[in-house]
Design a binder for this molecule. Sequence first.
Ligand code: PGA
Length: 247
Amino acid sequence: MARKIVAGNWKMNKLADEAIDLFEKVDAVGGDLACELIVCPPALYVQNFAKSKKALKVGAQNVAKYVQGAYTGEWSAAMLKSVSADYCIVGHSERRSLFGETDEEVNDKLQLLLNNGVAPILCCGETLDQRECGTEKDVVKDQLFKGLKDVSKESVLKVVIAYEPVWAIGTGVTASSEQAQEMHAYIRLVLNEKYGDISNEISILYGGSCKPSNAKELFACKDIDGGLIGGASLDAESFLAIAKSFN
Ligand code: PGA
């Protein structure tokens, strides 16, 4: 069985005081939940949170594709490990569309994270155009195969997959539980083709306008092991309400 996980992607939100307040509220309750709870704050706060966490796991939202050296403004997978980060998101659609991140770069980052003992949360998902053309499954399969290139069976168990249809991210439009389940089952099949039965142990999260009102229905689907939550993770009450959908 795959682990149940709810992860918050704070994106570029919250000043330091606000971030600490939100973190403390969520961390205080996190241990009583039936799922693993992760927060991914802006990178500046990762060290502080990873050091003081009690119940939560802490992740970054991005990492350099390089090992180390003259890359002004970047931080490495080894640095994330050195400040006790547990996870790091890679291949988020905003990184792909706004910062031109390619599948090859996503794979480089994912490999560096695995080599340094930080668990990657690998995002995939189609745009509205791609869905309207009926190519959503091909797009997702391609992102998964390229993102997981040269990742062994042993290593893939450390990877969490997040399916986030681009048309549902931050739009208020959620994929229906049927649409989400269909794609999650397909992702499981793709993982099974590549890795065999251990695909059942890989957590596949849904992301895209997930909120307290729809989380329970989504998480009840057979192949949906939790959520990657953007907007609704910025408020302790709504984030915890989503996580409690598993209780
Ligand atoms: P959203 O974002 O929940 O605000 O749609 C999800 C994400 O981008 O991870």
